[in-house]
Write a protein that binds this ligand. Sequence first.
Ligand SMILES: *Cc1c(COP(=O)(O)O)cnc(C)c1O
Length: 355
Amino acid sequence: MKHNFGAGPCILPQEVFKQASEAVLNFNNTGLSILEISHRSKEFIAVCEEAVQLVKELMNVPEGYSVLFLQGGASLQFLMSAINLLPEGGKAAYLETGVWAKKAIKEAKNFGEVEIVASSKDANFNFIPKGYTVPEDAAYFHITSNNTIYGTEMFDFPKTNVPLVCDMSSDIMSREVNVSDFGLIYAGAQKNIGPAGATVVIVKNDLLGKTGRTIPSMLDYQVHIDGESMFNTPPVFSIYVAMLNLRWLKAKGGVAAIEKENIAKADALYAEIDRNPFFKGTAAKEDRSRMNVTFVMENPELEKEFLKLAESRGCIGIKGHRSVGGFRASIYNALPIGGINALVAAMQEFEQSQK
Ligand SMILES: *Cc1c(COP(=O)(O)O)cnc(C)c1O
């Protein structure tokens, strides 16, 4: 039995894999594969509408927001968010909490002034900055709710009158958030929503159309809203599998229910990291992510040996990102508690073996 702790693309529920594989051969008894049906067919339009509806339902998206399934990953959203929301000659504020935030900052600089209000760069991004002020004249304030590489997560969203733009790629739908606190939320699908290839965007409609610049069609949120995510051929299979996964989440009791499980999973793993004398966490305790658990060994020379043991016990994908080292266990929605138990058991087995 394999436990996939990969950071993304990542684990999805087994039953979703099974349903998706059946649809590759015969989609909804159409006699056609999901890979060949027209995106304009009534069957696929129904899939796309259900996927959008499930996002709205699971996240309690209020009136006045649009939900889109786009392509280009979160990385294209770094640019799209800025080109759509940062007016000519205007300014945007950013919180620098890791590599993804830095990439978002780099893209925004193409479209206006960027003010970095706070950064945890000097501590290798091992905490979430607090106690900063957001300039009132910024068009928006961009944050990253979960820093996938460094294992930090923002549990208190900033209180500001400036619209919040959030890269929620790696913790979307892992916990309840108040969508009305945000002007724009975006997330590459491949962490909690579905397979790679789709990007979810939730945008407040009345923020759009105010930049004074001409936006190329494919980069214009309004064009995609008007085209109901079908301005061009959408990633049909990715959206279909995302829809299946969102159905799975709804059947489990939705975001509130999965949040409870996620808390229990993260607590169990951090408890072992704190108890076991061979390991230590890398992120500030109050900012520890419930999605990506980063940890190292007290003696780094033992890391290869532990990695081998963990892999032999089925724990796959725990090698840390090169910028943090050590280990990273990504414990997204679809990872069952059994995966955590297996990793904790491997850590205990390692401890015993060193006696
Ligand atoms: C994975 C990730 C990205 C990059 O997403 P792509 O879809 O590969 O562009 C951006 N931000 C965060 C927080 C991520 O976890």
